[in-house]
Design a protein around this ligand. Sequence first.
Ligand SMILES: [Fe+2]
Ligand SMILES: [Fe+2]
Length: 339
Amino acid sequence: MKLSSLKSKKGTPKVKIDSIADSILGLIREKDSSLFEHNIRVGDLASALAEALGMDEKTVFLTKIAGKMHDIGKLSVPESVLYKRGSYVDVEMDIMKRHSVLGARYLAVAFGIPSAHADGYIDGLIARCREGNKEMPGSRDMIVSGVLFHHEKIDGSGYPSGLKGAKIPLMATILCLADYYIAMREKRAYRDGYDNSTVLELVTSNRNRLFNTPVVDKLCEFIRADRRYKLDASVEGKTRDAQRFFLGRAGNISLSGMYIKTGRITGVGQELVINFAADGSIVDIPAIVSRIDKDGIGVKFIHENGTKVFFENFIMNNYGECDGKHLVHSLFEEAAIYE
Ligand SMILES: [Fe+2]
Ligand SMILES: [Fe+2]
């Protein structure tokens, strides 16, 4: 990848950035499906936030790419640290904190910086921001700096550089907040995911301390308006027909129905709508509760007029809503409905 092709305004660059990002995402998916899902969610939310903040189309696109790859550096963190249950001792925390620099360096090379010059390139991005020159000239610089600074906090307590407030590139502040929101919603080996309102409270209480205030306000507004994020059930399963399409924790879904882990009680025979969400679109599938057990409920899809609904290549998220009407939401990368 040549810098000129990334800098060019039209045509192929977007495709090339996409294809490089896809290759990298394939690597993440192969190594760690949970990390892959996390990155996809952060890319999805961060780009939606960028758009809601009025950023231009190119920046929204680059924010999505950076979000989808923001934790690539974690693949270089030793598994004993990355998958440790419980809190880190200082040395482990230092190792973990290196993931943003490692990820930025990896991407710099993937986007055409010679390996021998990558450290100098990263140092240059840091120096540039320290001097208050956070506007990045090219697409590559925007993506790499987004990943590099996605753990910077506006009070200067973040890493790797302790940049403060206005010195942090806006894309990085958006990624930081989207990452925080998504990470808190997600289940971890050592804790459950937090519900939507708890995370929004945490976000709001750190407004103007850790996170940029206008970005926090936009996040709260966006999340409150988008039912996809008001979710807290999870979906699991293993039906043979559908299993091959699933990643991570998803499963227990077939062409006729699915199982949904939820603590919220509903009644057998109750009709509901299951919302499968993809980039920019939501597919509502009517269903009926067919059984209840201690962990959740089984539902059968209602196929109207004999229409069959199939899903391909989608990623289930691990939170869902069960308010009797809108029950569960899942993110899928490339939604497809086919015969
Ligand atoms: Fe991270
Ligand atoms: Fe992350």
